[in-house]
Design a protein around this ligand. Structure first.
Ligand code: NAP
Ligand code: GCO
Length: 266
């Protein structure tokens, strides 16, 4: 076995959804640095252009497309276009996601549906669009961005937890259904990562002190800090590369130990 190429993504085409900033941006950049051609999407041209400029700034030539992961027609059209213009997708990272923090009894059914639509239906729709070519090629990697909320609940995130719990099971099901075609579908379950999604949980208080949730997460995480998006790039490269060819239906939690820890005694 040639160990030096085990983690190489040379010659691969990787689509990372919602990767103009945040976790997706770091994962896509690491794939480019490992040799892949990277493709991303966002909801409008302005955001895609911003993403293209951000990649250019760090010396990466990315391809950007406008589509909404919840719109099956747009997704199918875009995947067809990517297949023609860039190449057949070898690696799909279902990263696009949203959260709405609203107590369940105050949440409208339409807000609940929107979260499920982006965080669960989206990965279903995009995976379904790339799977036929992966099956033909007898090769493919699908990586779903799961969450601590794939395992745990907490106040205000019922829709997000339902979606990310569902995404964990969609991951296992894709692995079960298409594993025989040499397709590996795994999840990454990040702990609390400092991005725009979690910015409201880290806002400084009027007196300059830490947000109580910020202090709570630091005390609940054995590594005693928030994660950075870059903490996810090693695991993301592992799951996209040949190094993980017999890893299937697994959720790799990258959480500084949060799920292992009962929490600091009072
Ligand atoms: P983020 O900074 O909010 O980025 C999410 C991205 O998804 C944005 O680029 C957003 O586009 C895009 N997006 C949203 N809805 C979309 C749609 N319908 N179609 C296409 N793109 C869409 O979030 P992040 O923290 O990097 O999180 C990335 C993923 O990791 C999410 O699935 C999130 O749930 C998951 N995650 C995050 C954490 C964390 O602590 N941050 C922990 C566990 C899991 P716009 O820029 O246009 O809004
Ligand atoms: C929240 C957070 C989380 C994280 C992440 C944890 O409000 O609890 O936003 O759900 O973003 O998904 O893994």
């Amino acid at each position: 076995m040639d160990i030096s190429n085990l983690f190489s993504l040379k010659g691969k085409v990787a689509l990372v959804t919602g990767a103009t900033h945040g976790i997706g941006f770091f994962i896509a950049s690491s794939y480019a640095n490992a040799g892949a051609t990277i493709v991303f999407n966002d909801l409008n041209k302005e955001s895609v252009d911003k993403g293209l400029a951000a990649y250019k700034e760090i010396g990466i030539t990315a391809k950007g497309y406008v589509f909404d992961v919840t719109d099956e027609e747009q997704v199918n059209k875009a995947i067809e276009q990517i297949n023609q213009e860039v190449g057949v997708i070898d690696i799909l990272v279902n990263n696009a996601g949203i959260i709405k923090r609203i107590p369940m009894c105050e949440m409208s059914a339409s807000d609940f549906r929107q979260v499920i639509d982006v965080d669960l239906n989206g990965p279903f729709i995009v995976s379904k669009a790339v799977l036929p070519e992966m099956i033909k090629k007898r090769s493919g990697k699908i990586i779903n961005l799961c969450s601590m909320m794939s395992e745990l609940g907490r106040e205000t995130v019922s829709a997000y937890a339902a979606a990310k719990g569902g995404l964990k099971m969609l991951t296992k099901n894709i692995a079960s259904e298409y594993g025989e075609y040499n397709i590996q579908c795994n999840g990454i379950g990040p702990g609390y990562i400092a991005t725009s999604q979690t910015a409201p949980l880290r806002e400084r208080q009027a007196d300059g002190s830490r947000h109580p949730f910020d202090s709570f997460i630091i005390s609940k995480t054995p590594t005693a800090r928030w994660g950075e998006a870059d903490d996810l790039t090693g695991p993301a490269i592992f799951l996209a590369s040949e190094a993980s060819n017999f890893v299937n239906g697994h959720i790799l939690y990258v959480d500084g130990g949060l799920l292992a820890y009962i929490g600091r005694q009072p």
